[in-house]
Design a protein around this ligand. Structure first.
Ligand code: MEV
Length: 445
């Protein structure tokens, strides 16, 4: 599309919702503005207050974008059964999670443990004065820096959190003058982004002030540039581990009895091993885990981009991208586990503002952040189990295409009666867009 003056606008945000839609209809969709308006308006919430709330979460909103909210029941996690809310647009994700949950329900369920909950923030700065003096100075003022943010941390400390430590890291060999103050934070039940960023910005101001007041530096040595203060979404010390385990014979048989539990366990173990060796497979393998993780993160109003970016950095922590899950078959015992960072919260942010996020948390028994980490990890592991079970037995397409059939039928606007007939017809046939289209055409003749 070539650049066109009419496509550039000043003050788009000032237009009301209707005018925004009409403007995009005219200048980008080249469609009847009223028709486009009606289409978008069809997705507005009936309740004006609810719509106002949703609009407030973002900017320049013209409508809502509905994504299915599903439930995966029968999740036994640490001895307690959950019906887990999952928000995803991908067919078969909720079905697969539910399936795996049911499978493990009678085999001891999922055992999840939070190993650590520390989050990280950084003040990136440039200091080109006397390096050794600066390092000594930092050690001397570290506690004062922490005390200096007391007004910000008071409430968090009352809840058991706060600034746990600060360290100065010297990167000046790589980038002239570059140092980093790395802060370690406990944010208890909140994801803690605002808390961490507020502390970091204050550390930046305090560093400047303390350096200016310090008698040990000459005036020329007092020059410091605070480049930026921001949390790190990489949280390798905010880790949850979830496991399932049982005797190989307890796994049952697979592929209509053609594969024993022991054979399945070994093939499954090898599939996980492949994802530990090969980054191409690891990416798809971890994508399967994230199918489950993201859908619960989203349903509970958490930041799935933060969780995603962190998970993938963690998966490459030894320099190569690898599987987040692991599997052993030892002395007849099959153990499948997932260890991953999950920086999420159950207070603050959208968790209580979004009515459905609030409901999701209620459904999970209003967990604290650690308990929610345990549930989310279990769903990620279940999702990975379901995918690998299909891949190593009947193949992924059988189940996938069955679910996909529903989407294809919707695409061709099949009636309920047509859909029912199509589902019966395709039960033992290969499903593709063209085969469904041909079938419907024949049916409609
Ligand atoms: C599809 O969304 C996810 C899978 O590709 C995961 C995997 O291959 O392990 C099925």
């Amino acid at each position: 599309m070539s650049e066109d003056e009419s496509q550039i606008i000043a003050g788009f945000s000032k237009l009301n919702k209707r005018d925004k839609i009409k403007w995009i209809a005219k200048n980008f969709l080249y469609a009847n503005p009223i028709e486009v308006l009606n289409e978008f308006a069809g997705f507005w919430h009936d309740n004006i207050e609810s719509q106002k709330l949703l609009d407030g979460f973002s900017e320049n909103t013209i409508a809502n974008f509905p994504v299915p909210f599903g439930i995966a029941p029968n999740f036994k996690i640490n001895g307690k059964v959950f019906a887990v809310p999952m928000v995803t647009e991908e067919s078969s994700v909720v079905a697969a999670a539910s399936n795996a949950a049911k499978f493990w329900l009678s085999r001891g369920g999922f055992k999840s443990t939070v190993l650590s909950t520390i989050k990280i923030g950084q003040v990136h700065l440039v200091y080109k004065g006397d390096k050794d003096k600066f390092i000594t100075f930092f050690k001397a003022i570290k506690q004062d820096l922490i005390k200096g943010v007391a007004t910000i941390t008071a409430k968090m400390e009352a809840r058991g959190g706060g600034v746990k430590d600060l360290e100065l890291i010297d990167f000046s060999q790589i980038e002239p003058g570059y140092f980093q103050v790395r802060g370690y934070f406990e944010t208890v039940d909140s994801m803690g982004a605002n808390f961490i960023n507020s502390c970091l910005e204050e550390f930046g101001i305090l560093l400047n002030e303390m350096l200016a007041e310090s008698p040990i530096f000459t005036p020329q040595e007092k020059d410091i540039e605070i480049v930026m203060c921001i949390l790190s979404n990489y949280t390798p010390d905010c880790i949850v581990r979830c496991e399932v385990s049982c005797g190989v014979e307890e796994l049952g048989t697979f592929d209509d009895g053609k594969m024993s539990g022991a054979e399945f366990a070994e093939k499954f173990r090898r599939a996980v091993r492949i994802a530990q060796i090969d980054p191409y497979r690891a990416t798809t393998h971890n994508k399967g885990i994230m199918n489950g993780i993201d859908s619960v993160v989203l349903a509970t109003g958490n930041d799935f981009r933060a969780v995603e970016s962190c998970a993938h950095t963690y998966a490459s922590r030894d320099g190569q991208y690898r599987s987040l899950s692991d599997c052993t078959v030892e002395n007849g015992i099959f153990t499948f586990g997932l260890s991953m960072p999950l920086a999420i919260g159950t207070v603050g942010g959208l968790t209580s503002l979004h009515p459905l996020a609030k409901r999701s948390l209620e459904l999970l028994g209003n967990p604290n952040a650690s308990q929610l980490m345990e549930v989310i990890a279990a769903v990620g592991l279940a999702q990975n189990f379901a995918a690998l079970r299909s891949l190593t037995t009947v193949g992924i397409q059988k189940g996938h295409m069955k679910m996909h059939l529903t989407n294809i039928l919707a695409q061709f606007q099949a009636t309920d009666a047509e859909a029912e007939k199509a589902k019966a017809y395709f039960d033992d046939k290969t499903i593709s867009v063209s085969s469904v289209r041909d079938y419907l055409e024949t049916l409609r003749k």
